[in-house]
Design a protein around this ligand. Structure first.
Ligand SMILES: Nc1ncnc2c1ncn2[C@@H]1O[C@H](COP(=O)(O)OP(=O)(O)O)[C@@H](O)[C@H]1O
Ligand SMILES: C[C@H](O)[C@H](O)[C@@H](O)C(=O)COP(=O)(O)O
Ligand SMILES: [Mg+2]
Length: 475
């Protein structure tokens, strides 16, 4: 009887449960459940509705029975940095506050005054993003010290969802590195940094690695689902799982393209040199202690918000189409300006930026969309040149993975501005990376090299080449 595994991939805009099994040397996927995810406002903060997300996970697991499949394992991956704190009775002390919440405004600067930027970067190798867990916890210490005093368990979002499934508490390594509290060399919680900030070291859990089994389901869930499963830890940071599914990494820059655009390369050791700090690249931990040397770019969040501002009257595909009808419009913005992290109205923020920079102000939906896509492509090109400066080499290809690889216009723009071959796919790279780790743990796939070979054989990848004609010409 062949083994089915179940991947739960929850990004900032959507979640999906995907069954995977190996069939004649290829990986077969079956999407059994998909749901929206979004930030909600609760008690004056931007939060994630984790209880609703867990309800969706349970609803998706129950659908396995409709497919006549009882998976042997499950693994959950989500966005990074965010967490839940549990008290001595294992009850949540806070809402799952989102990284887009303004509670960390000004906090990074305070922490850097205490810890020195160079030291923090040399020890953790993590990029300076104002929403990193370290700043969220320090904000909590300043704003709600009583909450931190009661905290007995620190669980990141996937850790918490795994805890709800199994009753087992642990911090999975790849996601833990995004906190900026893991030492890049010891691979452990950095007690010196934690103590310096006056955080409670005891609340951090044992670090567990991808491929480890966390435990089996709580008995009440076995009853509810009609079957048991082991939780096999994937790279619970979704980008960690996504990069594992990049079919070919040699001389390749990946762009994990979803709500965020994460652009970088895979490396065997952390790069914490001054130039990497100056460019604000990060060294996120990967499976088998690899590193994702990458940087965050604002990503398709911007077009998600534009779509929301238009009351979702356009699909993403329609916004791409509309942007192709305005080829003469060419205003662009700096997508990495923090004003775009959580504006009240993304369209107005983009228009304001163009006015302030004496550019033609986009008015039509197509002009707004084109401004977003072209601006993203420009930011990708800047990151590519920074990577080539740091590695002192030319990378031949760019591989776009994730939902954003369906944006054929953006793929062509990337090929045009970088003048490199662009490969697009797999779309569900994150879920695929999640699944292959479970299959490796089960002994169904030998290792990640073999997994990438299987992925290459199993999924379509489209190619785009530099076209010096109309920037919207699809190669
Ligand atoms: N048919 C499509 N055409 C163009 N872009 C698309 C299409 N479908 C999805 N996208 C893009 O993919 C993004 C979602 O990617 P996904 O990886 O699912 O995000 P996340 O994991 O962050 O929730 C959307 O914001 C949208 O911009
Ligand atoms: C805030 C983090 O940088 C962010 O979670 C990023 O690391 C990430 O994983 C984004 O994933 P999406 O699927 O939400 O784009
Ligand atoms: Mg995602």
């Amino acid at each position: 009887m062949k083994n089915h595994c179940l991947a739960v991939d929850i990004g900032a805009s959507s979640g999906r449960l995907i069954l995977g099994d190996l069939h004649e040397g290829t990986l077969h996927l079956e999407e059994i459940h998909r749901f929206e995810n979004q930030i909600i406002e609760k008690k004056g903060h931007y939060c994630w509705d984790v209880e609703a997300l867990f309800a969706e996970i349970k609803a998706g697991i129950k659908k396995c029975n409709d497919f006549g499949v009882q998976p042997v394992s499950i693994g959950i991956d989500t966005w990074a940095v965010d967490f839940v704190l549990l008290d001595e009775h294992d009850q949540p002390l806070t809402e799952a506050i989102s990284y887009r919440d303004p509670r960390t405004d000004g906090i990074m600067e305070e922490v850097v005054d205490l810890l020195m930027e160079e030291r923090l970067y040399l020890e953790t190798g993590i990029q300076f993003q104002k929403f990193n867990t370290i700043y969220q916890l320090y904000a909590l210490k300043k704003q709600n010290p009583e909450v931190l005093e009661k905290a007995k368990s620190f669980l990141m979002i996937p850790d918490y969802l795994h805890y709800l499934l199994t009753g087992e508490k642990a911090n999975e390594y790849t996601n833990a590195t995004s906190t900026q509290l893991i030492n890049a060399f010891t691979k452990k919680w950095d007690k010196e940094i934690i103590d310096t900030l006056g955080l409670n070291f005891e609340m951090f859990q044992e670090i567990k690695m991808p491929k480890e089994t966390l435990g089996s389901l709580r008995s009440k869930l076995v009853e509810e689902f009609g079957f048991d499963m082991d939780v096999i830890l994937p790279a619970t940071h979704d980008t960690g799982s996504a990069v594992l599914a990049v079919p070919e990494l040699e001389d390749t820059i990946y762009i994990s393209s979803g709500t965020w655009s994460l652009i970088g390369v895979e490396n065997h050791f952390p790069i914490c040199v001054t130039k990497a700090l100056d460019y604000n690249f990060t060294n996120e931990g990967g499976m088998d202690y690899q590193f994702r040397f990458l940087k965050n770019i604002m990503g398709l969040w911007m077009i998600q918000e534009v779509r929301r501002n238009y009351n979702n009257q356009y699909t993403f595909a329609e916004l791409v189409e509309l942007s192709q009808d305005v080829s003469l419009f060419n205003s662009t913005v700096n997508v990495d300006d923090q004003r775009f992290l959580k504006p009240d109205n993304m369209i107005e923020e983009i228009q304001q930026y163009c006015q302030e920079t004496n550019q033609q102000i986009p008015e039509q939906p197509g002009e707004i969309a084109k401004c977003v896509f072209e601006s993203l492509a420009n930011s990708y090109q800047k990151a590519v040149s920074e990577l080539e400066d740091i590695f002192e080499k030319v990378f031949n290809t760019v591989n776009v993975i994730g939902g954003g690889c369906q944006n054929e216009l953006l793929n062509q723009l990337i090929a045009n501005v970088t003048q490199k071959e662009v490969y697009a796919g797999p779309v569900e790279a994150t879920a695929i990376g999640n699944l292959v780790v479970q299959l490796i743990a089960l002994g169904e796939i030998k290792d990640i090299e073999k997994a990438r070979h299987i992925i290459k054989q199993s999924f379509e990848v489209k190619k785009y080449v530099y076209s010096n004609g109309n920037p919207f010409c699809i190669g």
